[in-house]
Write a protein that binds this ligand. Structure first.
Ligand SMILES: NC(=O)c1ccc[n+]([C@@H]2O[C@H](COP(=O)([O-])OP(=O)(O)OC[C@H]3O[C@@H](n4cnc5c(N)ncnc54)[C@H](O)[C@@H]3O)[C@@H](O)[C@H]2O)c1
Ligand SMILES: [Zn+2]
Length: 268
C-alpha cells in the first residue's frame, strides 16, 4: 500500500473542505471502488477485458446470437460478485450520506455494494446483477428464482416460465440503452451538484463519463479519486491518484474533524 504523502494530505483536506461546505454534493462511482472487495474492474491490467473480449461477452448483439456463451461467462464471474462485501470506500460514502453531505450516488456498478454498505440514494445506471428479466415478455425474476431454475433445469440459458425466452441479468450490455429514469435523474443531479466526488472510474464509458460535464457547466467542482489519470483530471479541483479504500475514509475522518471543530467553536 502506498504511503500518504504530504501533498496528498493537502488534497484530502481540500476535498474534505469542498464536501463539508457543499449543499448538493453527489458521488459518481465505477468499478474501481469495488476492486478492493475482490471484484475485478474492466480496463486495468488485472481487468476482465484482458481475459474476455467485451465484443463477444458483453455486447447485446452477441447475447442475442448466443446467450449460452454469456451465461457460461456469468457462471465464472457470478460467485465473486455474489460473495463480495463492501469495503472501506463504500462505507465511507455511506457515512457521507448519513452526515447529509452526499445527497446521492450515481454508480456504474452492478454489484449492489453501495446498498450493502448502507447507502440509500443509489442510482444504478448500468443495472444490477441481482435482478433478471425475460428477454421476451420482460417478466422479472429474482436471483434466488434463477438459481433454483438453473439447479433444476441444468441448462443455459435459463428460460422464462411464461414465454420460454432466455432470461438475462438486468445489467446494461454494450449496444443496449440505459434505464431512462436513472439516466434523467443522474443528469439532473449532476447539473444541480456543487461538488461531484468521482471515485474509481476510468471515465471512459459514455454516456456516464459525460455527467461531470453537466456539473462543470453549472460551475460545480470535481474531486477525482482514481488510481490512474482520467480525461477530466485537468478540469478537477482535486485529483488524488490512489486507492479509494484508503482515501475516502481519510476524507470522512477529516470532515468529522472539521465538524467537531466548528461545533466546539460554536459552543465556546
Ligand atoms: N463492480 C462492478 O459492478 C463492475 C465490475 C466491472 C465492470 N463494471 C462495469 O464497468 C464499466 C466500466 O466503467 P468504470 O469506469 O466503472 O470501470 P473501468 O474498469 O473502466 O475503470 C475503473 C477505474 O478504476 C481504477 N481503479 C481500480 N481499482 C481502484 C482502486 N482500488 N482505487 C482507485 N481506483 C481504482 C482503474 O485504474 C480504472 O481507471 C461500467 O459499465 C460498469 O458497469 C462493474
Ligand atoms: Zn417471458
Amino acid at each position: 500500500m502506498k504511503i500518504i504523502k504530504l501533498a496528498e494530505r493537502k488534497k484530502i483536506i481540500r476535498a474534505a473542505e469542498l464536501l463539508y461546505n457543499s449543499k448538493n454534493a453527489i458521488a459518481l462511482t465505477g468499478a474501481g471502488i469495488s476492486t478492493e472487495s475482490g471484484i475485478p474492474d474492466f480496463r486495468s491490467e488485472s481487468g476482465l477485458w484482458k481475459k474476455y473480449d467485451p465484443d463477444i461477452y458483453s455486447n447485446i448483439r452477441s447475447y442475442i446470437k448466443d446467450p449460452t456463451k454469456f451465461w457460461k461467462l456469468a457462471e465464472k464471474i457470478a460467485p465473486t460478485l455474489f460473495k463480495a462485501k463492501p469495503n472501506a470506500g463504500h462505507i465511507a460514502l455511506s457515512e457521507l450520506e448519513k452526515m447529509n453531505i452526499i445527497k446521492a450516488i450515481i454508480t456504474q456498478n452492478v454489484d449492489e455494494l453501495h446498498q450493502k454498505a448502507g447507502s440509500v440514494m443509489v442510482y444504478e445506471v448500468h443495472g444490477n446483477i441481482n435482478r433478471f428479466n425475460c428477454f421476451g415478455c420482460r417478466a422479472s425474476y429474482t436471483k434466488d428464482q434463477v438459481m433454483r431454475k438453473l439447479k433444476k433445469e441444468k441448462q443455459y440459458p435459463p428460460l422464462c416460465d411464461i414465454c420460454a425466452a432466455p432470461l438475462k441479468p438486468s445489467v446494461v450490455l454494450f449496444g443496449e440503452s440505459l434505464p431512462t429514469f436513472e439516466i434523467y435523474q443522474s443528469q439532473a443531479l449532476a447539473q444541480k451538484a456543487d461538488v461531484m466526488l468521482i471515485a474509481g472510474s476510468s471515465l471512459s464509458v459514455a454516456p456516464v463519463c459525460n455527467l461531470p460535464l453537466y456539473t462543470l457547466q453549472e460551475r460545480g467542482k470535481l474531486i477525482i479519486v482514481n488510481d490512474e489519470p482520467t480525461y477530466l483530471d485537468e478540469r478537477a479541483e482535486v485529483v488524488i491518484h490512489h486507492k479509494t479504500g484508503k482515501i475516502l475514509p481519510l476524507i470522512v475522518e477529516e470532515i468529522k474533524r472539521m465538524k467537531s471543530e466548528s461545533e466546539s467553536e460554536s459552543t465556546s
